[in-house]
Design a protein around this ligand. Structure first.
Ligand SMILES: Cc1cc2nc3c(=O)[nH]c(=O)nc-3n(C[C@H](O)[C@H](O)[C@H](O)COP(=O)(O)OP(=O)(O)OC[C@H]3O[C@@H](n4cnc5c(N)ncnc54)[C@H](O)[C@@H]3O)c2cc1C
Length: 317
């Protein structure tokens, strides 16, 4: 699940929307079949065995209108979530793998001012019974009340914490369906790097905190399992995603993004398709091994560019 449940299945899959979990792929990775209407009105049904399938699932709206999706689902299950505050950067980078594998879904929240503000651990339960709450977590301190990722905000919008078991859909998103997700008015960016590079990337971003922190509401770090979908941000390798929830200060964010992306260039960071980034399509092309095949697929499905817009022309294709 993404951090919010307020999105459509088709839109989330089209943009490789994700949550967190070493063993969890993004939402697109559970797609098993697609029906779409192409620009010429033809209806196409794709199954995972079809050659176009891996290119069509994360399609960014460029192939046609998706009218049906088949998903791999599983029986319902219970989750309990626990939060720890103030994990030192040293412990975070030294124990990165142990931290992210400590639950079904684990996230860091940080404003990069000093330490990791909060670690959210969502553990999967085998039955409806509560698991013994975690007593300690490296050098972080257990939260004593429900928290919002932005500690100053009320947790009333957030899903229940304090190790209270609940259904997966009421614990995996951070925000409740009937409340405002995240901060409300905000801008967002996110960059994906190979998992083994993540501790170094965390330090690089931290070293830019004099420019980043003033523009941030909060940032989140999550893990995503690899998949083989051509345009998925997790294509080819397990990834760690560095997300930024910016204040609605576009001039400042616009000036920072090229420098942040330059600092992340040696790590071949891929931007989230549905969030703000500065790089142009020529840079994107080098980040996806199957990019040229995707371009050919778009030209075949929509030769006249009915579904293409300015974003697709300048920032993707
Ligand atoms: C507050 C907030 C929190 C977020 N948290 C997360 C997060 O935790 N993780 C994450 O990965 N992302 C997150 N996002 C980004 C979000 O997941 C993406 O913006 C997602 O695409 C939104 O889904 P949507 O249903 O609104 O899609 P839309 O914005 O409506 O569509 C996205 C794309 O899919 C295409 N599309 C949609 N439906 C169809 C269809 N039926 N046929 C063909 N094309 C279609 C659209 O043309 C567009 O290109 C967040 C966004 C917000 C605003």
């Amino acid at each position: 699940m993404a951090s919010l449940p307020h999105i459509s299945v088709a839109g989330a899959c089209a943009t490789a929307t994700h949550g967190s979990g070493d063993k969890n792929g993004n939402l697109a990775s559970i797609v098993k079949g697609l029906e779409l209407i192409r620009a010429d009105g033809d209806i196409v049904n794709l199954k995972s065995s079809d050659p176009d399938f891996a290119g069509a699932v994360v399609h960014l709206g460029a192939l046609g209108m998706v009218t049906k999706i088949t998903l791999a689902i599983q029986p319902t299950f219970q989750i309990q979530q626990e939060i720890f505050e103030h994990l030192s950067l040293e412990q975070a980078t030294k124990n990165f793998d142990a931290i992210f594998s400590s639950g079904y879904s684990v996230s860091f929240f940080t404003d990069y001012s000093k330490d990791i503000n909060q670690v959210w651990i969502k553990r999967r339960l085998e039955s409806a019974d509560q698991m013994k709450p975690l007593q300690e977590f490296f050098d972080a301190t257990a939260a004593t009340r429900n928290m919002h990722p932005i500690a100053a905000n009320s947790a009333v919008n957030c899903t229940d914490q304090m190790a209270v078991p609940g259904a997966w859909h009421e614990r995996l998103p951070h925000f409740k369906l009937d409340f405002t997700p995240s901060n409300g008015e905000e801008l967002q960016s996110e960059f994906f790097v190979d998992r083994d590079l993540a501790p170094e990337v965390l330090n690089v971003i931290q070293s830019m905190n004099d420019r980043i922190t003033p523009l941030l509401f909060i940032a989140e770090v999550r893990s995503i399992q690899a998949d083989n979908l051509w345009m998925s941000t997790a294509q080819g390798a397990d990834k760690i995603a560095f997300h930024f929830t910016w204040k609605p200060e576009w001039e400042g964010v616009k000036a920072l993004l090229p420098d942040l992306e330059k600092a992340l260039e040696p790590f071949n960071a891929r931007p989230h398709w549905a969030k703000l980034y500065a790089m142009e399509s020529h840079r994107i092309q080098g980040l996806y091994p199957k990019f040229q095949d995707f371009k050919k697929l778009v030209e075949r499905y929509d030769p006249e560019g009915k579904f293409r817009n300015e974003y697709l022309q300048t920032k993707v294709l």
